[in-house]
Design a protein around this ligand. Structure first.
Ligand code: GLN
Length: 389
């Protein structure tokens, strides 16, 4: 039977490809973003406990109330504002489901969504499946800052959505309050919703503070904000995220969510709720925790030929290999996996039209010993590459 693919140009995500290649090549995987150290044993114990208690049937579609109440308390502690667990908070299958649901809820055929390159890979396919089209605006390297004049030029009568991501994956840049002011001013009189991917809300470096759309008086009323317990509790495999949005937007999001995943794994939600009740503010140490890892890896790589690019947030570190090779990042990443046994993520797959650049993304959410081993392999590879140049 012949059929036309709805996403003919879409392959398997670079994260999955690189993790698969790492297994094949027996490489150390510092590509896809996931921790290699254990979760808090108390969180693990909470899960077996709630399963024993009998929390094994469907959770409510919008999420377990106990968890939504904990999320509300967490938002109040983080941003000083009250969000209604009943009408403004929805638990989703990771941040990715929340992104998908929000996009399906507001983008229709012929609509445009503005996204920023290098853009996280989940945005564009969701926009296209909704019948929309992405207009891509590049963040300007080396700091990957927003150019709001360029965004203004990208706006059209058909723009319905702008997707902002801060701290930004994969560029490790961070938007500040002035960026949010500029965004608010641009869309003030237009029918545009904001989708804010804030899954790295607690991982900002060097004293920076996260500027959430939820804390922005104007943007809060027209934004979906997406968060992730995978990142906050070091448990990416649990796939528990949530979306915070005003009641009218939450209603639309839930219409999609209930027919997408319907409801999220019940015992995981109870376990997180119990754990947060016993550990309020468990996330407050995350920036310091990851900053130490960033500094460890960057310190070991500086001067090696894998030059660390200043990182403002997320649990990644970009390195520039330009001193070692002029190969494209995809070709170089492939060679690195084969020859250095290190899996890293090239940046060009996150661009509509990739500029010439020699950057790789490394994940720092790893044991110190893993980061040391990875740096050792990279330094040895760089020494050989330099000798052969
Ligand atoms: N968020 C993860 C990363 O950036 C990837 C998750 C996935 O593989 N979809 O590496």
């Amino acid at each position: 039977m012949h059929f036309d693919s709805k996403l003919p140009d879409v392959g398997t995500t670079i994260f999955t490809v690189m993790s698969r290649r790492a297994l094949e090549e027996g490489a150390l995987n510092i590509g896809q973003g996931f921790p290699d150290y254990p979760i808090d044993p108390e969180l693990a114990a909470a899960l077996t406990h709630v399963i024993g208690e009998g929390h094994n049937q469907y959770a409510p579609m919008e999420g377990v109330l106990e968890l939504r109440e904990q999320i509300s308390a967490k938002l109040q502690a983080s941003y000083g504002l009250l969000f209604d667990p009943h009408r403004e908070i929805t638990v989703t299958c990771g941040g990715t489901e929340a992104l998908y649901d929000a996009i399906q809820a507001v983008v229709g055929p012929g609509d445009e969504a503005i996204i920023f390159d290098p853009a996280y890979d989940a945005y564009e396919p969701a926009v296209r499946l909704a019948g929309g089209r992405c207009v891509r605006v590049a963040l300007a390297p080396p700091e990957f800052r927003y150019d709001w004049d360029e965004v203004r030029r990208a706006l059209s009568e058909r723009t319905r959505l702008i997707v902002v991501n801060s701290p930004q994956n994969p560029s490790c840049s961070v938007a500040d309050a002035r960026d949010l002011d500029a965004l608010a001013a641009l869309i003030r009189d237009r029918p545009i919703t904001v989708l804010a991917d804030e899954v790295y809300e607690h991982v900002l470096y060097d004293g920076r503070r996260h500027a959430s759309v939820l804390a922005h008086a104007e943007l809060r009323g027209r934004s979906f904000a997406v968060f992730s317990f995978g990142k906050t509790l070091h448990a990416t495999g649990w796939r528990i995220g949530y979306c915070v949005a005003p009641p009218a937007l939450t209603r639309e999001l839930r219409k999609v969510h209930q027919f997408n995943t319907f409801s999220i794994v019940s015992p995981l939600q109870y376990a997180i709720a119990r754990y947060l009740a016993g550990h309020p503010e468990v996330w407050t140490g995350l920036s310091a925790f990851f900053q130490a890892k960033r500094d460890l890896l960057a310190g070991l790589l500086r001067g090696s030929g894998f030059e660390p690019v200043p990182a403002a947030g997320t649990y990644f570190q970009l390195v520039d290999y330009g001193a070692l090779s002029g190969e494209t990042d995809v070709a170089f990443a492939d060679r690195l996996i084969r020859e250095a046994k290190i899996a890293a993520i090239p940046l060009s797959p996150f661009y509509a039209a990739p500029p010439a650049m020699t950057l790789l993304r490394l994940c720092i959410a790893k044991k110190d010993s893993t980061l040391e081993a990875a740096a050792g392999r990279l330094r040895a590879f760089a020494a050989t590459a330099r000798a052969n140049r």
